[in-house]
Write a protein that binds this ligand. Structure first.
Ligand SMILES: [Zn+2]
Length: 306
């Protein structure tokens, strides 16, 4: 584990400062849920956090990279870091019990202990219930770090007990002013489709899509979804997947059954029609996005905003 000493990767300076204030300077206990960007980028952010929390330098200088804790983290053996393996298909109740058992022990150093659960969505129902109890009654000074590409699939009761930390992809941090108009349009489209994918995952809610209003009109949005949902319905019937179905949406829509896809398709077509008449733009947009979100099994009332 080699974390950058200066800055937390993937978060803005202001956000890093607030994370530092609460989780490093104030030495808070509790649970963090790291979401967004790629698995590798989330892992880097978690490694930085772990090192900053366990580092034994003054809070403002953490992680220092040279103290006893930093050196032991670098060699992969810090006694107060308890991490579940990342390479197993699921996290069962036994793994969670072992983790809790390890965290019950007094910290080896003077600070807090860390329980790191990579790809938390792998938890079985039993494991999630056992973990929830631990979150309600933490085993001494502990910080749990959860990480997930599909936070919408975690129990709402677990999500609501975590502070959400959204990581930005560093690759997306390009200078838009220097891009050509075509490139900017392509980027806006990619960002829109990326956000649609996150909506289907339950990672963001329908209202988070508001920022794309300038990029895509109601009529374009409804037309896109009519095409994509028709394509997904056809492929559910055994036809080849249409080439115009964007890659990030392909497998997400592929998981839905016809009984979910068809009403969504009908709604998208109706919205396309409405867009040509005197529809309330905002309402019609929201109605379609909420249906897509709920069609993928997410409940907006359960969602905790960032
Ligand atoms: Zn250190």
């Amino acid at each position: 584990m080699t974390a950058s000493v200066e800055a937390m990767p993937g978060v803005s300076a202001a956000f890093a400062a607030s994370v530092r204030a609460r989780w490093i300077t104030e030495a808070r206990e509790g649970a963090l849920l790291v979401v967004g960007a790629s698995p590798r980028e989330r892992k880097e952010a978690v490694e930085w956090l772990v090192q900053a929390i366990l580092c034994e330098e003054a809070p403002v200088a953490r992680p220092c990279g040279s103290c006893w804790s930093c050196r032991h983290l670098d060699s992969g053996q810090h006694p107060d870091l308890h991490a579940l393996p990342a390479d197993q298909p699921r996290i069962g109740i036994d793994e969670i019990r072992d983790l809790i058992g390890a965290l019950m022990l007094t910290p080896h150093r003077m600070g807090r202990k860390i329980g790191w659960i990579p790809q938390t969505e792998r938890m079985t129902e039993g494991a999630a219930n056992a973990f929830l109890k631990t979150l309600e009654e933490p085993p001494g000074p502990t910080v749990f770090i959860l990480e997930s590409s599909r936070p919408g699939s975690l129990k709402a009761t677990i999500r609501s007990r975590c502070e959400r930390l959204r990581i930005q992809s560093l690759k997306a941090g390009r200078d838009v002013d220097t891009a050509s108009p075509e490139e900017s349009a392509g980027d806006a489209r990619r960002s829109l489709i990326g956000d649609y994918a996150r909506l289907l995952d339950g990672e963001i809610g329908p209202l988070d899509l508001e920022k794309h209003r300038a990029t895509t009109s109601l009529s374009e949005m409804a037309h896109d979804w009519s095409l994509w949902l028709a394509g997904a319905a056809k492929s559910a019937l055994g036809w080849p997947v249409p080439p115009d179905l964007p890659e990030p949406l392909k497998h997400r829509l592929g998981r839905l059954s016809l009984s979910v896809l068809l009403p969504l398709y009908t709604l998208a077509r109706e919205t396309e029609y409405l867009a040509r008449t005197s529809a309330n733009d905002r309402l019609a947009r929201e109605a379609l996005l909420v249906s897509l979100f709920q069609g993928c099994g997410h409940d907006d009332r359960e969602r905790k905003t960032d």
